[in-house]
Design a protein around this ligand. Structure first.
Ligand SMILES: Nc1ncnc2c1ncn2[C@@H]1O[C@H](COP(=O)(O)OP(=O)(O)OP(=O)(O)O)[C@@H](O)[C@H]1O
Length: 263
């Protein structure tokens, strides 16, 4: 793995996320079979043997990096290289099998799959989402209209009073992003959310990511959109097959990644 020097000396900056030789392994039970019966499980416990129906997927293999306050870091890599897995582990949603991931505060993962209630209208989801992020009811009331306005879901009619299930995937992603971005996070993790919006929303959300960074948080952005990464992140980590291939200034890492992708 290549790690290049950055403009500010590491000892002058405040670390927000430290990954130390982190390994993440998924354990997948392969279909129903004789080996999965209660009796077979009991025999395995008694004889201390492993279930041969369990397959391990070693998704992240010994990843180490330090992220600092004020940085926006793009995570790039081909499909299945471990980007989302790493992000989920930073958010504390997946356990690390070996090594460690340490984070300041509670990182917030903003993914296209973030849990909102499909049956509830957008405006109620805004309230729920804000309360879940720890805002007071008064803060929620003050921010609600601004969040809906930012999301732009009402641009084509009064959609905020309709259930979320009537939204297009881009509209729900915009609402999720707008809710999460309404709060200052110590560490904000964004998984592909910017790519689903249209061009004007992408511009607005990229500007918001820059603001969040300026307010001293750290932002991680997983995206296949080269433009989003270039416009938002000055540092980039390239993951390939679960390992870091390069970590440094976005322009340099992108150049290497493009050369690799062209091969
Ligand atoms: N829930 C899961 N159970 C088992 N294996 C998984 C699970 N989620 C992901 N994987 C595996 O882990 C590896 C990394 O997947 P991950 O989703 O982190 O990659 P990614 O870089 O985010 O991919 P993409 O760019 O396609 O979104 C892949 O081999 C994938 O098959």
């Amino acid at each position: 793995m290549e790690r290049r020097a950055t403009a500010v000396a590491d000892n002058e900056r405040v670390p927000t996320v430290i990954a130390d030789d982190a390994h993440i392994i998924y354990r997948v039970l392969q279909g129903p079979g004789a080996g999965n019966s209660p009796l077979a499980s009991f025999k395995r416990i008694a004889t201390r043997t492993k279930n041969s129906n369990i397959r391990e997927v070693h998704a992240v293999k010994g990843v180490s990096f330090v992220a600092y306050r004020g940085e926006a870091i793009g995570l790039i890599g081909t499909n299945g290289s471990g980007k989302s897995t790493l992000l989920r582990a930073v958010a504390g949603l997946l356990p690390v099998s070996r090594g460690g991931i340490y984070a300041a505060g509670q990182p917030s993962l903003l993914g296209v799959n973030a849990a909102l209630m499909n049956e509830l209208p957008g405006d109620q989801n805004v309230e729920l989402g804000c309360l879940a992020m720890g805002m007071s009811p008064a803060e929620v009331k003050a921010k609600k209209d601004e969040i809906i306005e930012f999301s732009g879901i009402n641009e084509k009619g009064d959609f905020s009073s309709l259930p979320m299930r009537t939204y297009s995937s881009g509209m729900s992603a915009r609402l999720r992003f707008s809710i999460a971005a309404a709060k200052q996070h110590d560490v904000l993790l964004i998984d592909e959310a910017l790519a689903t919006g249209d061009a004007s929303f992408r511009k607005r959300s990229e500007a918001r990511v820059r603001e969040l960074r300026a307010q001293a948080g750290t932002v991680f952005l997983v995206s296949h959109s080269e433009q989003s990464i270039r416009d938002t992140c000055e540092r980039c980590i390239w993951l390939e097959a679960g390992s870091i291939r390069a970590d440094g200034p976005t322009a340099d890492v992108m150049k290497e990644y493009e050369a690799f992708s062209r091969r």
